[in-house]
Design a protein around this ligand. Structure first.
Ligand SMILES: Nc1ncnc2c1ncn2[C@@H]1O[C@H](COP(=O)(O)OP(=O)(O)OP(=O)(O)O)[C@@H](O)[C@H]1O
Ligand SMILES: [Mg+2]
Length: 497
């Protein structure tokens, strides 16, 4: 056998680590990565500290998890301490054996980790400024300024403290304390979202002593939220679960709920799939590259669609999970199923958006008598008034010599619908204009209803109850069934002919 010549070419530590700093973490995503480790270590209490001291500011994460022995801690500090190929406990949130280091280095140049178990408290530190060109030397113990933080860990029976100092990516020359506080808010909102399922159950995260409240992307408790049954899909790498939601229209929410439900990046940006891995949110709103013909973009009309998608950590490879735990791509085996579910949810969301939350709900077999219909032809779309709509039909039947004039009037209305205007106003206001008597006083709606009711009974010879039934299926009165219920025989006498 020919002996292959090899040379040992280890990476240059200082250069290597500098490159790893550019993986693209934000402070919030980096902290989420640290908290992943706390959760995986069984912690139910995590305290974050943002300590402002100009250039000497620091951030720490303290958990009451099971902690690490000296040997485990040294191994945890090693880059690539565990291979991504190793199978993990189903509840483990880690994969690459890198997060602790890469997340920390992305924000600061000095990382101290102290951990306490029955075997005692141990502390090690990476300092990028002291990293030699040819050696990975890990320091023992904390910095002088870091010493003070160890007290907090010492007060616990077991747990881990991660401390970031020399925050060169957070505190720049012109940074102020206010910037630091603003960053704390951003982090709070992000963690409230990423860990909302833990925060609602087994975990407390405090940020400078204040507990973080979970943010539920689906407004699951709200009666006007539409949710599909959860669907389980078996794939070769594990079972995934999907549940589709359409959130209530703005008109159905109070101002505060509407603002909060928007999420950290706003309504339009937060539509789409919410991908969870072991109940931890990886992707907060994305159409995952799905689409018919071309990839779906995030548009206003679909902003109320949010779909929960749960994947197990056995599927990491299939879903191409990245080190930052911020990307997940559906494997081909599930794409068509997800596409179908998403398509349906997007359509529902579009309807809720367009009808301002007033989803048409009449008996299943009955069709709604609409006032407008859409005509499609090779030259495009046209909106036409439907002459079968009772309010129009009644007039036309009774029009006599005015028939042609009424038809001419309807044509003029059809040909001058302010389509462009409606389109621009919708885009600007992020809402469709009001229709269907939305926001009008009941008296005004009642007046119109009574006239129609009288005509249906008087001219069409319907019984009062049949006329009411008919109105319930007629746009836009299907939205006002309580006012229809109030119509009686007496109403007929009250309405002036
Ligand atoms: N707070 C903690 N408590 C207990 N053990 C921890 C803690 N943080 C890290 N560890 C240990 O250190 C190891 C390395 O952590 P690190 O975040 O670098 O990688 P990982 O979590 O294994 O994978 P990933 O790169 O996907 O995050 C973990 O697997 C875990 O065993
Ligand atoms: Mg990790």
């Amino acid at each position: 056998m020919i002996e292959q010549k090899t040379r040992s070419v280890p990476p240059r530590p200082s250069a290597m680590v500098e490159s790893l700093r550019g993986l693209g973490y934000s402070t919030a995503t980096a902290l989420a990565d640290i908290i992943d480790n706390s959760i995986a270590a069984g912690a139910n209490n995590v305290s974050l500290g943002f300590v402002w001291d100009n250039k000497a500011s620091s951030i720490f994460v303290l958990d009451n998890g099971r902690g690490m022995t000296e040997q485990e801690l040294v191994s945890a500090m090693r880059l690539g301490g565990i291979s991504p190929k190793e199978s993990r406990h189903p509840s483990d949130l880690g994969r690459f054996g890198l997060g602790l280091k890469t997340a920390s280095f992305s924000q600061g140049r000095c990382l101290t980790v102290a951990s306490k178990t029955n075997a005692g408290l141990f502390c090690f530190r990476w300092d990028l400024d002291a990293l030699a060109d040819d050696e990975w030397s890990l320091y023992e113990g904390a910095t002088l300024s870091g010493e003070g933080f160890l007290q907090r860990l010492n007060a616990l029976p077991c747990g881990t403290l991660v401390l970031w100092e020399k925050l060169d990516r957070i505190v720049m020359a012109e940074s102020s304390e206010q910037d630091f506080l603003d960053l704390m808010d951003v982090v709070e909102r992000h963690l409230a979202m990423v860990f909302h399922r833990y925060l609602g159950a087994s975990l407390t995260i405090r940020i400078n002593e204040k507990p973080i409240k979970p943010w539920d992307p689906f407004l699951s408790e709200h009666p006007a939220t539409w949710s599909s049954p959860a669907e389980r899909i078996n794939t070769p790498s594990g079972t995934i679960e999907v549940q589709c939601h359409v959130l209530p229209h703005k008109d159905r929410l109070d101002e505060k709920t509407y603002q909060t439900a928007a999420g950290p990046d706003g309504w339009t940006a937060q539509q789409g799939f919410y991908v969870y891995r072991n109940a931890r949110l990886l992707v907060a709103g994305s159409w995952l590259g799905l689409g018919q013909g071309k990839m779906w973009a995030k548009e206003e009309a679909q902003k109320l669609a949010r779909i929960r998608l749960d994947i197990p950590n056995s599927a990491d490879d299939d879903w191409k999970i990245d080190i930052r735990k911020s990307v997940a791509r559906p494997p081909p085996v599930v794409k068509s199923r997800l596409l179908r579910l998403a398509e349906d949810t997007r359509n529902r969301a579009r309807r809720v958006f367009a009808h301002r939350g007033q989803i048409v709900r009449i008996g299943q077999a009955q069709e709604l008598l609409q006032a407008w219909k859409v005509e499609r032809s090779t030259s495009g779309l046209r909106y036409k008034i439907d002459e079968e709509h009772p309010a129009i039909k009644l007039v036309l039947e009774d029009a006599g010599h005015l028939g042609n004039s009424v038809r001419a009037m309807l044509r003029v209305i059809e040909e001058t619908i302010p389509v462009q205007r409606i389109w621009l106003d919708t885009a600007e206001a992020h809402e469709t204009p009001r229709t269907g008597f939305g926001g009008k006083p009941p008296a005004e709606i009642q007046n119109v209803l009574r006239v129609l009711f009288k005509d249906l009974v008087g001219k069409k010879g319907m019984s009062a109850s049949l006329a009411k039934e008919y109105l319930r299926q007629t746009e836009p009165f299907q939205l006002w069934t309580d006012l229809i219920d109030e119509l009686t025989e007496e109403t007929l006498n009250e309405v002036a002919s």
